[in-house]
Design a protein around this ligand. Structure first.
Ligand code: PLP
Length: 392
């Protein structure tokens, strides 16, 4: 009997937690009523949606009224960026993002640049951390503006100096958004400690289903809705709520809060370290592309190993790994099949050769030690094979 594949691509999407499925089921069966309906069945569903809002708020230290449910992380990012574009206006304003943002921030800000906004991208160092000095130079206080800096990078897992960036931005009187989609549920993300104005969340990155997200909008932050209609979600995002998925998102938020409080993510970090160490012991030419360990100031999300395999081409390794039972990726899932090296690794100053030789291995609370040990054997074998082929 062939062994099941080992899933090491949790930054692309994560396995739905069985308790999330269980929590959602009643809302796909008996409790299908519209939460805006005034009769008791509708109001019961509404109460469950509000409970989910509390669970999401609780995970990030927000007030429930500051949470708006959305259709996905991409929607959350677009909602904020398009709203802020209207708030700051095109004339004399400026927008600052990092070079390593996800396409869900880069594409909407490119669209702003195309219609005349002054959009500046700030680089990162070779450890994938935002260059704060360059950021401070780009944020100018004589013009209205906003900055959008991700909390953790989706390819490398590197956590960005968001608190420092917020401080610089606030001193200039600007608005601040963070795409925290790869950070929430993995590293502490607290809006009561770090005063971001807006924060994007995506359910499928932490064991809720795909197609549900949330946006934190700090009380009194200016916001222009992108989707107008019946006034659901306090008028910030109209449309009848996707109740089962919202309930799933709430449950996943509660699960991940408890996992973080009870050491679940420390176990994930230990497995990630075991994977990195195991591969470095087996192979001479494997390089960890981020700083080791989980301690600030330069730390990575506990579930990500970003490694380059000198002499190999990741695109050639991936089908062999898949055939041998490892599901992983070379960069972000939405970049699969796109030509050119990853923009994140280019921003880190990597040569094309090094960028093309990199794999992203992303774990989750479901990854086991047995899987990691088997993964080390398989990846080492495939890397040796691909390296020999490259030399021949
Ligand atoms: N931002 C980051 C950092 C991501 O990793 C992703 C998904 O890969 C997104 C945004 C998009 O989120 P969604 O898939 O929910 O639209």
């Amino acid at each position: 009997m062939t062994e099941p594949s080992i899933y090491l691509d949790s930054n692309a999407t994560s396995q739905i937690h069985p308790r999330v499925v269980e929590a959602m089921m009643p809302y796909l069966t008996d409790q299908w009523h519209n939460p805006s309906s005034g009769y008791r069945a509708g109001q019961k569903v509404k109460a469950s949606v509000e409970r989910a809002r509390e669970q999401v708020a609780d995970l990030i230290g927000a007030h429930p009224n500051e949470i708006v449910f959305t259709g996905c992380g991409t929607e959350s990012n677009n909602m904020v960026i398009k709203s802020l574009a209207r708030v700051i206006g095109r004339k004399k304003s400026r927008v600052v993002v990092s070079e390593i943002e996800h396409s869900a921030v880069l594409r909407p800000t490119e669209a702003m640049a195309a219609v005349g906004f002054d959009v500046e991208r700030v680089g990162v160092d070779s450890d994938c951390r935002l260059r704060l000095d360059h950021f401070a130079d780009a944020v100018v206080d004589d013009r209205p503006g906003f900055a959008s800096i991700m909390w953790a990078n989706n390819e490398t897992g590197v956590v960005q100096p968001v608190a420092e960036a917020v401080e610089i931005t606030k001193a200039a009187g600007w608005h601040f958004h963070t795409d925290a989609i790869q950070a929430v549920g993995k590293v502490p993300v607290r809006v009561d400690e770090v005063p971001v104005d807006f924060l994007s969340i995506s359910g499928h990155k932490f064991h809720a289903p795909k197609g549900v997200g949330a946006l934190f909008i700090r009380k009194e932050s200016p916001f222009e809705p992108m989707i107008r209609g019946g006034g659901q979600e306090s008028g910030h995002r109209s449309g009848t709520e996707n109740v089962p998925y919202i309930i799933g998102l709430g449950e996943a938020a509660a699960i991940m809060k408890s996992e973080m409080e009870n050491g679940g993510l420390d176990c994930v970090a230990a497995l990630r370290d075991r994977l990195q160490t195991g591969l470095s012991q087996r192979l001479d030419r494997v390089r960890c592309n981020t700083q080791p360990g989980s301690a600030p100031p330069c730390y990575t999300a506990p579930n990500v190993a970003h490694l380059s395999f000198e002499g190999c081409v990741a695109a050639e390794m991936l089908p062999k790994l898949d055939a041998a039972g490892i599901q992983c990726s070379a960069g972000s899932a939405c970049m699969t099949g796109k030509a050119g090296p990853s923009h994140v690794q280019k921003a880190m100053g990597f040569s094309d050769e090094r960028a093309y030789s990199s794999l992203r291995l992303s774990l989750s609370i479901f990854t086991t030690e047995e899987e990691i040990d088997r993964a080390v054997d398989i990846i080492a074998e495939v890397a040796r094979e691909c390296c020999v082929e490259a030399v021949e």
